[in-house]
Write a protein that binds this ligand. Sequence first.
Ligand SMILES: N[C@@H](CCC(=O)N[C@@H](CS)C(=O)NCC(=O)O)C(=O)O
Length: 220
Amino acid sequence: MLHLYYHPFAAFCQKALIALYENDVPHEKRLIDLTDADDCARLEALWPMIKFPVLVDDTRGVTLPETSVIIEYLQLHHPGSTPLIPQDADAAIRVRLLDRVFDNYISLSLTKIVVDTFRPAGQEDAIGVAQARETIVRAYGFVEENVSPGGWAAGEAFSLADCAAAPALFYANTAVPFAAFPKIVAYYARLMARPSVARVVEEARPHRHLFPLPWPPEYD
Ligand SMILES: N[C@@H](CCC(=O)N[C@@H](CS)C(=O)NCC(=O)O)C(=O)O
């Protein structure tokens, strides 16, 4: 049995859930509340970085953090009708590149912006936040040039890169709107219509009060 330690509102947890839902991989969810000391200790015992999600496959005795690695593992040991890593090696490199762009330059930059709002007054990092905003805009430019018109982030097939893209764009758009990037706007609409993505958005909806930035009206 697979167990996913997660929280439904966390962007990286949503990335792993999209992969699980895409292929109807049976799994059991274990909710982690990072404000709860016991939950933090449970997570730390699995992954000393205290980040989620973490996937545990107790049949194979494997514990895995890091969403891109988790999805590679799912593809290897729990494949389904949606291959999330292409068989063609060059296509797979392209998928992994786009996955890195969404994680490293969009999701993590958005985290920087959000976490800054929780800092004590006078201790905000205005320069770091401005750099994070610039990084997101640069990444949007790269995605705009590379997204497949009518298709997905890294080609004609839905992949690991799209699992990363959906939560990255959903949350980043709140702070750095992508309205000026027409190919991203069209791609985002396709993403949100995908059943696996729509499901994680709905499952996260009851937790929206946790987010410190205003929601765009179209998210209602
Ligand atoms: N590179 C990691 C990032 C995981 C990550 O940053 N998860 C966030 C939730 S979206 C987290 O655990 N945040 C808790 C914290 O930083 O205290 C991955 O791909 O899984």
